[in-house]
Design a protein around this ligand. Sequence first.
Ligand code: MN
Ligand code: MN
Length: 455
Amino acid sequence: MEDLAYKTKSIWENCDTKKQKELHEFAKHYVKFLSENKTERECISSALEKLQEAGFSDDLKNNKYVTVLHNKSLFAIRKGKKDLSEGFHVVTAHADSPRLDFKQNPLLETVGVAQAKTHYYGGIWKYQWLARPLAIHGVVIKQDGEVVNIVIGEKASDPVFTISDLLPHLGKEQVTQTVAKAFPAEKLNILIGHCPLAKKGKEKEENPIKAHVLQLLFKKYGIKEEDLLSAEIQVVPAGEARFVGLDSALVGGYGQDDRICVYTALKAFLEVEEPEHAICLMLWDKEEIGSEGTTGASSRFFEYCIQDVIAAWSPKTTLSKVMLHSRAISADVHAAIDPDWQELHEKQNSSIIGRGPTICKFTGSGGKYGANDAHPEYVAWLRNIFAEKEIPWQMAALGKVDHGGGGTVALFLAVYGLNTIDMGPSLLGMHSPFEISSVADIYYTKEAYKAFYQA
Ligand code: MN
Ligand code: MN
């Protein structure tokens, strides 16, 4: 008799050694991408490079079009066999990740050290950023428009940076405080120097350590303190992403939310041979701070791009017709059941790492507030394409109903009326400096996006 009950199972259970090798091979390239791209700018320029290699350009006469806004968000589209009026299939992901940003007046000298003041970006547990090696990535735009790219702390020969933490001996008060109180944001200052400027004659420098830091910055990058007013310097965990576990079946690294979706969506987008519908890749910025801003999903950039493409490829159709016939996957990570915090998840409706990418029919919190909540017709359509290609996937919601929740960019796609759903791999330790994903999920997330593009 047919098994009437439904349950998911681990991808690894169906994997022979040959398949395991294939999954690892794919993950190796992902680990490299993750290690090399730690800011939205770095992700966008890396994606643009791969797209250009594959024949994409900013010429709309071409069948493969790509355009970038402010170096931080990217739109790419490829013609399908069907006319654009029959809609396109789009996968969107965000390239920004939680981090610490330099304030615009960052440098100070005090009690034997120079520090850089920061303002955190996105949702972090502040304590996770203390007492660990940190790197600096960013751009300084000089008054004359010259762009200076900065990366310090990634090469083995580079120095790193850090935020010193309070010693337990003096933490009598902190140990009784709430996390919010014990870790004030104004104490997230980066150690950036210690040795004062070498003395020249009798002249006394007021802040000789800071002066030394400024001298080093000037020598290496030709920048002055004032140039930091027009800079974006991001402080991120130093070092490469790594395989985790004796079996190397997990990947640990910074920024997997949402660069795991950026990478898998880009790979899928490039692997499709002759798509039926036009296929589109949209990479956003600013998701971690509410999707506002010119490069965030609430901006009009996506719409402008679609309008340009309609004018070039199918001028007789309308924006509304194209949008209403299109389908979207909002590709973002999901929370896997944490082995040590299982009580915060409702297990029957939670994602288990290694069981395939997770579809989240609705996000939001407190009674589905702020959710897109995809239509069951669309879920059924997706079930069918994944079943045809034997792609493992799972359905989940984020945590217990009363324990919180979260949102994604799905809402900003949904305003156009196109079918939209959240789908992406689940992570352990999301938003931490060392997020964990499954080697099996990475591969099948790419396969799932590819099947969606091909449908
Ligand atoms: Mn995300
Ligand atoms: Mn996030």
